[in-house]
Write a protein that binds this ligand. Structure first.
Ligand SMILES: NC(=O)c1ccc[n+]([C@@H]2O[C@H](COP(=O)([O-])OP(=O)(O)OC[C@H]3O[C@@H](n4cnc5c(N)ncnc54)[C@H](OP(=O)(O)O)[C@@H]3O)[C@@H](O)[C@H]2O)c1
Length: 277
């Protein structure tokens, strides 16, 4: 427990979407919550409710160290980490600039690794803790236009499995959250990044289809409730699960992909995107 006798959580990516709602939920349940993101001003409603906010850029080691130092100075411990900061930088595999790919890995994969390394010494001393990583259904599948984003989530998932085994028996539980398509702030960033890439003409109709298809899918997508519920369970339940598939598509799509095989999956995916364009 903290100096206040309450459990303490750090949530990254808390200025929007899943992170913001999970911060609110945990706070309501009596936790001391540190909500972290780059855009602190977007977390004003959280701080008005008594949630601590931290300016944190997960691509900066210094920024993470400072944030974790603040928590330890104020609370003396960290019981749970929700590693949730992330974004989708969409575009064709051949056309997304290499610096853009690097940056996406820097946030979605290395960012998560940096925060884990910053909190683990404390959790090990405590002999307890929760690390919850937000992966995605695209940790298991990939389609045209999202290749590099899916690569970051495949990599995050591989790292998470290894970490869970390595920490087994230490009192530190590791879980992975796998949402499918969910309405948050995610789609705005994904479509903006896709539009910013200069695509060669051979890819243009597919990429137009990805933009339209993404817009349409997100318009009809569920809200964040089931994912937030899973996040709270992973962070607080006595027996957290290793993996939480939080929407119907995250449960079924990888299975369908395995059942129908790669060729048919490619055909259906491409036809859907060309139709959208
Ligand atoms: N929504 C979906 O369909 C979906 C599906 C599967 C997985 N996910 C994953 O869910 C996680 C949360 O996304 P969301 O859907 O809630 O989208 P969102 O509403 O856009 O939230 C993304 C959060 O990540 C933060 N972030 C981005 N870059 C950052 C950086 N360099 N340093 C620190 N924070 C950063 C953003 O805050 P600032 O910009 O203020 O820093 C924001 O708070 C992401 O990892 C995403 O990949 C989303």
């Amino acid at each position: 427990m903290s100096l206040n006798n309450k459990p303490v959580a750090l949530i990254t990516g808390a200025s929007s979407g899943f992170g913001m709602r999970t911060a609110e939920r945990l706070h309501t349940q009596g936790w001391i919550v540190y909500a972290a993101a780059r855009r602190v001003e977007r977390m004003a409603t959280l701080s008005q409710r008594g949630i601590r906010t931290l300016a944190m850029d997960v691509s900066s080691e210094k920024s993470i160290k400072e944030g974790v130092k603040t928590i330890l100075q104020e609370e003396g411990r960290i019981d749970a980490l929700l590693n949730n900061a992330g974004f989708g930088s969409y575009g064709g595999v051949e056309d997304v600039p290499i610096e853009t790919i690097h940056y996406q890995f820097d946030v979605n994969l290395f960012g998560a690794a940096r925060v884990i390394r910053a909190v683990l010494p404390t959790m090990r001393k405590q002999n307890s803790g929760r690390i919850v990583n937000t992966a995605s259904v695209v940790a298991h599948i990939s389609t045209a236009g999202i290749g590099w984003y899916a690569a970051t989530k495949h990599a995050l998932s591989a790292m998470t499995d290894a970490l869970r085994q390595e920490l087994s028996g230490t009192g530190i539980h590791v879980s992975q959250i796998e949402p499918g398509v969910v309405r948050t702030g995610f789609e705005e960033v994904a479509i903006t990044t896709l539009k910013a890439v200069h695509h060669q003409k051979e890819y243009q109709d597919v990429m137009d289809g990805v933009a339209d298809g993404t817009r349409r899918m997100y318009k009809n997508a569920p809200g964040p409730e089931s994912t937030v519920k899973a996040m709270v369970h992973a962070l607080t339940a006595k027996k957290p699960k290793s993996v939480y598939k939080t929407t119907w598509d995250s449960r079924w799509l990888p299975l369908v992909r395995r059942l129908i095989g790669g060729k048919l999956y490619d055909k259906i995916s491409l036809r859907t995107m060309r139709k959208s364009a």
